[in-house]
Ligand binder design. Structure first.
Ligand code: A2P
Length: 319
């Protein structure tokens, strides 16, 4: 299978990255260290995951030099004001204990209203709430995410990040960005798996030379039914691998960069293996994907539906 993907800025990104969303503190450092020791060279992080300091510890414990690794992080939706972008990045750099990132993504095209003292990085306590207790959306910045993107472009110019990209952007929003961006996003990280295949979005991204990256590639925490689906288990048994390996190899064959999350060393190792799927096996998996109507939360194909409604519905903290 593909070992790496070439990005539209000429850089090469390792094809499988370790996901760290929902990797708890106390476990994530060991997971990162284990991953790097079995060969991962790509770690996917985010300020919002609240565990980057431990990810940094795991990287250090691995003993692998920084320049051999690909580190991605994401700008949190509290930090979209242009004056907060570099502060947020620097906080991430400090936690990961690195002078630069390989890739910095805009995590969502949603911005929340913050009330932080000047020069300070907004944190949770600076969120402004509405009368009904909901976190107040910064409508202007949410609609005008290009000003946030321009602040991210400056980070490239300063050499603090090598590439910039987006996450959870649908086709419509990505087109808006492309029309105004000086630096084209190299990647769009969205939910992608057999139960959330988003074929329209993936095809469009590829046509526009933007790498689709997959979060929750194994179906996430509630994806056991997917990893244990009889068709997947049958292919896995034939190749003597985990069901997860089948799911990840299918994504790779579709030209997608998967970011499987695990804190279990044996699974971390299994997820780094890939198999060459026969065309017949690939077809079986394609059929399985077609049979999954998109879930509302992950349908990022071309809807104009405001994400923040979905976001607030799905995260109890935000409602
Ligand atoms: P854990 O972290 O406890 O090992 P996704 O990458 O789609 O978000 O999926 C992550 C979920 O899948 C986590 O609950 C993780 O559990 C589990 N998982 C990761 N790798 C495997 C594997 N090879 N086999 C079974 N479950 C796995």
């Amino acid at each position: 299978a593909t070992q790496s993907f070439k990005l539209n800025n000429g850089l090469t990104i390792p094809s499988i990255g370790l996901g760290t969303w929902q990797s708890p503190k106390g476990e994530v450092a060991k997971a990162v260290e284990a991953a790097i020791k079995v060969g991962y060279r790509h770690i996917d992080c985010a300020w919002g995951y609240q565990n980057e300091d431990e990810v940094g510890e795991g990287i250090k414990a691995s003993g692998v030099p920084r320049e051999e690794l690909w580190l991605t992080s994401k700008l949190f939706e509290f930090h979209h004001k242009p004056e907060h972008v570099e502060l947020a990045l620097r906080d991430t750099l400090k936690k990961l204990d690195t002078p630069y990132l390989d890739l910095y993504l805009m995590h969502w095209n949603i911005a929340f209203t913050m009330d932080a003292p000047e020069g300070e990085l907004p944190v949770h306590k600076h969120l402004v709430k509405t009368d009904d207790g909901k976190i107040k959306l910064d409508k202007e910045l949410t609609d005008n995410f290009i000003v946030t993107w321009q602040a991210m472009e400056k980070l490239v110019e300063k050499g603090l990040v090598k590439s910039i990209g987006i996450s959870n952007f649908n086709i419509h929003k990505t087109k808006q960005l492309l029309a105004a961006a000086k630096i084209k996003p190299v990647a769009n990280q969205v939910e992608l798996s057999i139960q959330c295949p988003q074929p329209e979005l993936v095809a469009w991204l590829k046509k526009n030379d933007i790498l689709p990256q997959a979060y929750s590639p194994l179906g996430g925490t509630d994806g056991q039914h997917l990893r244990e689906h009889k068709d997947i288990v049958a292919i896995a048994q034939k190749h003597k691998v985990h069901g997860a390996t089948v799911l990840l190899s299918w994504l790779l064959k579709r030209g997608i960069c998967p970011l499987p999350k695990s804190v279990t060393p044996s699974r971390i190792e299994a997820n780094f293996k890939t198999i060459d799927l026969s065309s017949e096996e690939f077809e079986t998996l394609e059929k399985l994907a077609e049979g999954h109507p998109p879930k509302r939360v992950c349908d990022q194909s071309d809807s104009l539906e405001p994400y923040y409604d979905i976001y607030q519905e799905n995260d109890p903290e935000y409602s």
